[in-house]
Structures are given as C-alpha cells and as structure tokens.
Design a protein around this ligand. Structure first.
Ligand SMILES: [Zn+2]
Length: 272
C-alpha cells in the first residue's frame, strides 16, 4: 500500500520517487539524527513489507499503539486515538500493509493524521492517501518534508484544534514545530518525543536524543509553562513503555524543574 520511492533505513522517512536514489538522507545528516558509521542505507517498500509486520496494542480505552516488528528505523510507535468525532493517528510508522489497513478500518478508519516532528514523517503521504484524510504537519518544520502530497496540511502558530476536543500544541524544543496532542476529555497527552518518559517514571527533553544534546533551560521552562496550561493525567510518548499512566501532570512539572536545575546549577530540587 506504500507509494513508490526509497526509504532511509535509519530514520524510516520515504523519498519521492525520482528514479534516482538520493546521495544521503538530510534528516539523518542533521545532528538530531545520525548516519550510521557504516554509511547511509536505503530500503524499498517491497523489502519493508517482506521483512516487517505491525503489532497493535490497546493502551487504555480508546487508545491503541501500533509498532513495527522487528524494530525498523527509529522504532517509534504510532498512536490511534478514538474520539466521538473520528479517529486520529498521532505520529506514523513506515510500514503500511493490508493487515494494518484492515485493522484500522475495523477500528473506524482515520479522520486525521498529525505528526509531532520530522523524525516520524515516515510514509505519511501513503497513509493519508490510503485513509483519504489530511496529515497535519507544523509549518515551521516544512523543510523536512521529503515526499510532497496534496494531503499535507501545514499549520501555524501554537495551537491547532484538530477535531472537537482534540488539540495540537506546539512546544518547540526538539524541532521548531515539535508538538504534542491534548485530549482533555480523557486527560490524555500524547507527547511524541517532544518530551520523553525517563526510566524513573519522569520526563526529559532533548534537542538531540541519539547524540545526547540537551535544550537550553530557558526553552525547557517555556515548554513547561505551556504544558502546565494543559490539563492531563496520562502521558503516552513515542516508544513502547514510554508512558506515565497517571499523575503525569505533576511528574512533568517536577521533571521540568529537575532538568533546569541540572543545567543551571546542579542543585537538584529535592524529593518529589
Ligand atoms: Zn534518514
């Protein structure tokens, strides 16, 4: 079900079919990703379909994750949120096969796709065309689109009301347009990797995750202020088990403080 065009095997982003394989993947050449020491690798939609399958998992009522197995590219998951006004796919994965399409159709199809940032652009053009829906990408990250499509919708500013009761909020940080999805009805926040859950059940923020390059404290404080304005109790981020099922609002607030203190003074804020 994927359009023609090579995919970067490291980040999973698909390139427009031109008849020529690009020299390099600009997404991976950027310092927020990486080109493997062994060099740039490409794959094809056919090889992807032959080697991988997608697994569905129910996370909480109305929220499913789908992730390719074995791990492909960055290894992120996409989240499918069911609402009375239609389903949203938050972030995306490269593989779209018949089984995945049928399973999503059985869950009610997709009304919209929205992407947190360029590392998960993957094969969004194919997904949007297969499900006959728009894919919302922040205007500030437009330069990272490698496969144009008439289904792409570029939003601007700090907030987009995607469907009734579902809003995207631009927090920036990792990318200028890096966003989160807020569903206040269920006090849910879908974070992508605009923020990521840490092994101790808190959250962190990075400019480059693979290369461990942090964000300035001023940026993270501003992100923290934007997050404090959102009422959420559960946080689901871009990877399996990267989630805080309850108490996430307080955990994130503390996490912002911890992060900024570490950068500014190394004096930790004390017990939670
Ligand atoms: Zn890449």
């Amino acid at each position: 079900m994927l359009k023609k065009g090579v995919l970067c095997a490291t980040c999973g982003v698909q390139y427009d079919e031109t008849g020529q394989t690009p020299d390099r993947c600009p997404v991976c050449a950027d310092e927020r990703q990486y080109v493997p020491a062994s060099g740039q690798r490409w794959t094809t939609p056919e090889a992807l379909a032959a080697q991988y399958a997608n697994e569905f998992e129910s996370l909480t009522p109305g929220l499913f994750s789908l992730c390719s197995t074995p791990k492909f590219g960055i290894g992120q998951r996409a989240l499918l949120l069911q609402t009375p006004h239609g389903n949203v796919l938050w972030d995306c994965i490269s593989l779209l096969d018949d089984a995945t399409f049928q399973q999503i159709q059985a869950l009610g199809g997709l009304t919209a796709i929205a992407i947190s940032h360029p590392h998960y652009y993957s094969t969004i053009a194919s997904w949007a065309e297969a499900f006959d829906c728009p894919v919302h990408v922040h205007e500030d990250d437009r330069q990272w689109i490698m496969q144009p499509s008439s289904r792409l919708s570029f939003w601007q500013g700090d907030r987009l009301d995607l469907l009734p009761g579902v809003a995207l909020h631009r927090l920036g940080g990792h990318f200028p347009g890096a966003s989160v999805l807020h569903y206040p009805t269920q006090k849910l926040l879908l974070g992508g990797d605009t923020l990521l859950v840490t092994p101790d059940g808190l959250a962190s923020f990075m400019w480059s995750y693979p290369n461990n390059i942090p964000l300035p404290a001023t940026t993270v404080r501003a992100m923290g202020e934007a997050l404090e304005a959102l009422d959420f109790d559960a946080l689901y981020c871009a990877f399996k088990d990267s989630e805080i099922p309850s108490g996430a609002g307080q955990a994130v607030k503390y996490s912002v403080e911890r992060y900024c203190r570490a950068l500014e003074s190394c004096q930790m804020p004390g017990p939670r």
